[in-house]
Design a protein around this ligand. Structure first.
Ligand code: TRP
Length: 478
């Protein structure tokens, strides 16, 4: 009886996909990366990649979910049978499930920090605090495993509750309240930023076109970010696509998701940098931008505690609408495959991810630099998990593109896309060649971080293998 569950409203897929896409990646990572990489030039590459690679793969992933009408793992198994291709493609589903599990484990810990800051802001604890106090406060949080575990537990339990209530009562109703609220809050923070901050400097910082600042590294980061921000390659979009009504347009929906996601990133960037520049602060680096620099900006502004609290609620909401999309594919698989009830399936996934999350918690204190784990693996557990997901995500996207472009029966794909022939051909060209080439590029750039020759060699072999495979598929597809 798997499958024929469909969203109640035609627009819910859009809402859910936007909920998954808009997250920490938009509110924190995008603004910071843009500033670092030449502003307008970075945004140009980012937009091009979203358009030429992100949207086509988004369409492909949604399509896989909708034609199979099952969770990613079972869905891929089903498709390899009905389209008579190799069982090996099922690995797309498994890879997605593993990535979702890994991402959820650390996403929840980081979102827990936002929970802590929501509390600090709303209780007015940081009003008038100076830079030292605020930066010490962040260090104190990171030094406390119990405090971090507490917030991590709260956040993941809240996500589990929503998914456990089912796709209609839980996810659908949750998103229908949460998403509009998030957009209103984002607007409030932007207006506050314009009034109290320096929006001119922010716009200048973000949109000044300086192609000279854009290194090869910047190109690659722009491409990696466009991938991360659309939640591609890990089954989240596939799982939501399985509930998408057949009459909704894949292309139009994918374009809308990408547009809203990009718009949110830009508005968040404008708002955040208006505040940061308005307070005369540096643009900072890494986690510090959101958890040290921004709280400091709020500490000095009128109604800063209130607006800061509301801002961190925005971060929390964006994170929770992403984390539920990480739970859904695995939970749906457990329900389909082992006939579990939804609450049972959600509990298993969440308890496992929660336990895994403890590794991220201790990465900042007990197992920080200088301890056994660090010495053995050369990096913290958190960095290790993040690196793994940075490899799995493009890998999943690459396989999805190849599978949809080469392995599936193309007449079926065309029916599912339901658009004119020219667009079908354009899309197919993009997923067959442009997507795989671009993703391999990002992929090879991620890999050498592991040091040595082993991994780059594996990467190169992988690319060649994928190409050879695609050639074979071409024979069987035509
Ligand atoms: N897109 C999310 C963000 O911008 C992060 C993310 C990446 C994600 N892959 C995902 C979220 C898969 C949910 C599912 O923050």
């Amino acid at each position: 009886m798997s499958g024929h569950n469909v969203w109640t409203h035609k627009g819910t897929f859009l809402l859910a996909a936007v909920g998954s896409a808009v997250g920490l990646g938009n509110l924190w990572r995008f603004p910071y990366l843009t500033g670092e990489n030449g502003g307008g030039a970075f945004i140009l590459i980012y937009a091009l990649t979203i358009f030429a690679v992100g949207i086509p793969i988004l369409i492909a992933e949604t399509l896989l979910g909708r034609t199979s009408r099952q969770s990613p793992i079972m869905g891929m198994r089903h498709l390899t049978k009905t389209h008579k291709t190799s069982r090996a493609w099922e690995s797309i589903g498994w890879l997605g499930a593993v990535s979702a599990f890994l991402i959820l484990s650390f996403y929840s810990v980081i979102a827990g920090w936002a929970l802590h800051y929501t509390w600090l802001m709303l209780t007015g604890s940081l009003v008038g605090a100076d830079a030292q106090t605020i930066s010490d406060g962040f260090d104190t949080l990171l030094a406390s495993p119990s405090l971090m575990t507490f917030y991590h537990t709260l956040f993941i339990a809240a996500s589990a509750l929503i998914v456990g209530m089912g796709i209609h009562k839980g996810i659908e109703s949750g998103l229908r309240i949460m998403m509009p609220a998030l957009f209103i809050i984002l607007m409030v923070v932007l207006i506050y930023g314009i009034i109290n901050g320096d929006v001119g400097a922010a716009a200048n910082f973000l949109f000044t076109f300086n192609i000279g600042d854009l290194s090869l590294e910047g190109w690659l980061q722009a491409m990696g970010q466009s991938f991360f921000t659309l939640s591609l390659g890990m089954g989240a979009i596939m799982a939501y696509g399985a509930y998408m009504p057949s009459e909704a347009s894949l292309t139009r929906t994918a374009i809308a998701v990408a547009f809203v996601d990009t718009a949110v990133a830009m508005v968040a960037g404008l708002a955040i940098f208006s505040l940061v520049f308005g307070a005369g602060l540096e643009t900072g680096q890494g986690p510090g931008l959101m958890f040290v620099t921004l709280p400091l900006a709020f500490a000095e502004m009128p109604f800063g505690a209130l607006v800061g609290g509301v801002f961190f609620i925005l971060v929390l909401g964006a994170a929770i609408s992403s984390s539920i999309s990480l739970i859904e594919p695995v939970a749906a698989f457990l329900v389909e495959r082992f006939d579990m009830t939804r609450p049972q399936a959600v509990t298993i996934m969440v308890v496992a991810a929660w336990a895994m999350g403890l590794l991220t918690v201790v990465s900042f204190n007990v197992w920080a630099e200088g301890t056994i784990f660090h010495t053995l693996f050369g990096r913290s557990a958190f960095d290790f998990i993040e690196l793994l997901t940075n490899i799995f995500m493009p890998l999943g996207g690459l396989l999805i593109a190849l599978f949809a472009g080469w392995a599936l029966t193309q007449s079926e794909v065309m029916k599912e896309l339901g658009t004119n022939k020219t667009w079908f051909k354009t899309w197919r060209f993009l997923v067959r060649f442009v997507g795989p080439a671009a993703v391999s590029f990002v992929f090879l750039r991620t890999i050498p971080q592991v040091d040595g020759y082993v991994i780059p060699t594996l990467g190169a072999l992988f690319i060649v293998g994928a190409f050879a495979l695609s050639q074979r598929m071409r024979v069987s597809a035509s």
